[in-house]
Design a protein around this ligand. Structure first.
Ligand code: KG4
Ligand code: ZN
Length: 352
């Protein structure tokens, strides 16, 4: 019989209720079952996530999603050895619903509880797909809320923030440009689709924080708000002159500007840190312009790039169970049962 610890992961930081079961083998993490429910359809008409609606949706979805995950895994609750839950960063109300469910289960089952970092989970999920991480690597986590470069010596105990966005996250910039181009919310996937049939060299948009003067203080930081404004100005000028807006070319040129900066800074970080492995995660790593450019330039630079499949890029329970499994494997102490949730949890705090 397989006695490797079975970790139940619960994710509720935004609009997805994710539950998954991961087995923490000594030499690999195995996803054995998962389920996700999303309240995105309820938010779309507001053009953004409404925290109160998300909280109520998590409350309704929690038990059915847990049941579906257990059924998919073919295990009973009594087989769970540890519970991992997102402690932050994210929306306070939604995080509280997940943490309350996780605490109740931990008490009822008498198993350890780990409050874990959502952003680090976006990288950790890759261990389920491409095997355990090497000793040192760089991680780029890009989502609707975060754009962060990390140096990782150990995914649980050795994460260092190299840089982050100073203003908008990459996904947020896509969503804002999507709005100004009249695309439905969230705009990210729509821009991606349009960009695939556009000319990325049609318009030269600015690459934020890449000038020589930015290298000293902001070599690994990002800024996308100037780019977003440049797109808005370009579109306005076209509208004023009565010319049609070439949506595909605008999308392709904008997406290329974002991918170019992300990939250039990330490869520079890999070189400077002397690492040969790059992990890319987060909802925005679904973006095809980023995936293509990272794959192409990492091949040229001799860097092994690991990007999880699309379904593990967006928020899900597997990323939290994967990080919980990594914590269990290392024997780190569990969290207290009164663990707080922290909407702005620091990135270097992987477990609380
Ligand atoms: O990680 P995630 O699911 O939620 C957060 O934690 O933020 O990321 C969602 C973000 C949204 O901004 C969405 O527009 C963006 O990722 N996104 C994309 C694509 N798929 C999702 N942006 C560009 N291209 C995509 N294919
Ligand atoms: Zn996320």
């Amino acid at each position: 019989m397989d006695r490797a610890p079975l970790v139940l992961g619960i994710e509720t930081s935004c609009d997805e209720t994710g539950v998954a079961l991961v087995r923490a083998h000594p030499d690999r993490s195995e996803l054995v079952g998962e389920a996700v429910a999303s309240s995105m359809d309820e938010h779309a008409r507001f053009g953004g996530i409404i925290p109160e609606i998300a909280s109520r949706a998590h409350l309704e979805a929690m038990v059915p999603t847990l049941d579906r995950a257990l059924e998919a895994a073919g295990v009973g609750l009594d087989e769970v050895d540890a519970i991992a839950v997102t402690a932050g960063p994210g929306l306070q109300g939604p995080l509280t619903v997940g943490a309350s469910a996780a605490k109740s289960l931990a008490v009822a089952l008498d198993v350890p509880l780990y409050g874990v970092n959502h952003v680090i989970g976006h990288a950790a999920v890759d261990e389920l797909v491409h095997g355990l991480f090497p000793e040192r690597f760089v991680a780029l986590v890009v989502s609707g809320g975060h754009t962060t470069l990390l140096r990782v010596e150990d995914i649980v105990t050795g994460v260092t923030e190299l840089g982050s966005t100073l203003d908008d996250a990459a996904g947020e910039a896509f969503d804002k440009v999507g709005r100004l181009l009249g695309l439905p919310y969230p705009g990210g996937p729509h821009i991606d689709r349009l960009a695939r049939s556009g000319d990325r060299t049609a318009i030269r948009f600015p690459r934020g924080l890449t000038a020589a003067k930015d290298q000293a203080k902001h070599a690994y930081d990002f800024s996308f708000s100037g780019l977003k404004t440049a797109v808005a100005r370009w579109v306005e000028a076209r509208e004023d002159s009565g010319e049609p807006i070439p949506l595909e070319d605008v999308a392709a040129s904008f997406a290329d500007a974002v991918a170019d900066v992300l990939v250039a800074k990330t490869i520079a970080a890999c070189r400077r840190e002397g690492v040969e492995t790059l992990v890319i995660g987060g909802g925005f790593s679904a973006n095809s312009q980023l995936r293509d450019l990272a794959t192409e330039r990492c091949a040229e630079a001799g860097i092994d790039v690991r990007i999880p499949p699309l379904k593990y890029c967006t928020d899900n329970g597997a990323m939290i169970a994967a990080l919980g499994a990594a914590a269990v494997r290392r024997g780190v102490p569990p969290s207290a049962l009164d663990l707080p949730v922290d909407s702005s949890m620091p990135l270097e705090l992987v477990t609380v």
